[in-house]
Design a protein around this ligand. Structure first.
Ligand SMILES: C[S@@+](CC[C@H](N)C(=O)[O-])C[C@H]1O[C@@H](n2cnc3c(N)ncnc32)[C@H](O)[C@@H]1O
Length: 389
């Protein structure tokens, strides 16, 4: 009774959860690491110096990362890696080929050397660095690097983006279907640019998926949201006996149709235009693929798509879902930092873990959902599931 009248009594406040040893240790570590005195001593102590330097470098890379990205952007636009693929060259030769003043070329080369994109070679020449070499002829990475100028514009005010108060229009206009009231009515002009980007970046994905899951045991494969057909073309090469079907927006499919005809695949390919949130998907396939499709959409729309796929498959049919996933082994930055913000700016989608996606697939009626390990989880994760027989 007395205690009830004493609001300042310690017993009148709700009891705090007792601090376990881990929380106490973390609180102590936070105090130490944020202390300027500790930071100064760590940088001067011979045994702590390597750790202090490593952490300072990692933090500096976060602070300066946007500059590194623009250095890469300049290298790609000026085709520096393709020039160096012909052999080591001097700064003067490269300045001429990139149409840069000598000072600009030297600055770019110095930055590219620091970022391991370029390296010094004998005779004052420059050659491909260990990160520049894989860029040669890699249209997939080059297309993504070029495309990032659109994302870059939307990320200028990240706090407004998170609060939903800014007007980040660039990326959501680019991916016109993300916010369109009637995606099926989008014109070819509104879909061509992103479709070309997806085609260009598809080689990063197709071989990974097809090395992970053998499609040759199937008779007919329906690629839902299959874009300009680049994934199906890779499937066609791997599995010459497989019938192929593609479903995408009416504005997208004419390019796919033309590409199949140009490759002599039209005899075994059926192309369907429609809106997978409203129209039924074509039937007849014993396996359906959703490649980089579900992460574009909020949960409710993702469920609509998965249910449409479920209805289109026969009993016992297979669903193969592949996209970059949050929580991918060794790649937390890709799912949670990069795609987390990319999809926020796009206004629609979500980076999901394999478990999140499996839960959606189960809710749509699929069973035996399994995650298959991919060679490079940073690029794509794969889930396979079955419609009950
Ligand atoms: C991120 S792209 C992926 C394309 C392709 N699967 C790939 O990995 O290269 C998503 C695809 O879904 C298609 N799409 C989006 N909304 C759609 C809708 N409502 N109906 C049909 N297709 C749609 C887009 O046109 C686009 O081709």
């Amino acid at each position: 009774m007395l205690e009830a009248q004493l609001p300042s009594s310690p017993r009148s406040t709700p009891p705090e959860a007792p601090m376990g040893w881990r929380a106490r240790w973390q609180a102590w570590r936070d105090r130490v690491l944020t202390s300027p005195e500790f930071q100064r001593r760590a940088a001067r102590s011979w045994w702590m110096r390597p750790i202090a330097r490593r952490r300072a470098r990692a933090l500096f890379d976060l602070v300066a990362g946007f500059v590194y990205t623009q250095v890469l952007q300049a290298c790609v636009r000026l085709r520096l890696f393709e020039h160096l693929a012909e052999g080591p060259q001097t700064a003067a030769e490269l300045a001429r080929r990139m149409d840069l003043p000598m000072d600009g070329a030297e600055r770019l080369l110095a930055a590219a050397v620091a970022l391991d994109l370029v390296e010094h070679r004998a005779g004052g020449r420059f050659g491909l660095g260990k990160l520049g070499a894989p860029m040669v002829g890699n249209e997939a990475i080059a297309a993504m690097v070029e495309h990032h100028s659109v994302l870059y514009a939307d990320l200028q005010d990240p706090v407004a983006l998170l609060r939903g108060t800014g007007t980040p229009a660039h990326l959501s206009q680019y991916w016109a279907y993300a916010t369109a009231a009637s995606p099926g009515a989008l014109s070819p002009e509104q879909v061509n640019e992103y479709s070309a980007l997806m085609s260009a970046s598809q080689p990063l994905v197709a071989e990974e998926v097809l090395d992970t899951y053998d499609v040759r045991a199937h008779q007919c494969l329906l690629d839902v949201g299959g874009g300009q057909g680049r994934f199906l073309q890779a499937v066609g090469r791997r599995a010459p006996g497989l019938q192929l079907m593609l479903f995408d927006l009416p504005g997208v499919v004419p390019v796919a149709r033309a590409a199949f005809a140009a490759q002599g695949l039209d005899g075994r390919t059926a192309v369907h235009g429609g809106d997978f949130t409203r129209d039924p998907l074509p039937t007849g396939a014993d396996i359906a693929t959703l490649i980089r499709v579900i992460y574009d959409h909020p949960d409710a729309r993702a469920m609509t798509i998965l249910r449409a796929v479920y209805r289109a498959l026969p009993p016992g049919g297979t669903l193969l879902l592949a996209e970059p996933m949050a929580g991918a082994p060794g790649a937390p930055r890709m799912g949670d930092a990069y795609f987390g913000f990319y999809l926020l700016a796009m206004r629609g989608g979500r980076s999901r873990t394999a478990a999140d996606l499996a839960a959606l697939m189960h809710a749509a009626g699929f069973e035996a959902v399994r995650e298959l390990p991919t060679p490079i989880p940073l690029q794509v994760g794969v889930l396979v599931a079955r419609k009950p027989a």
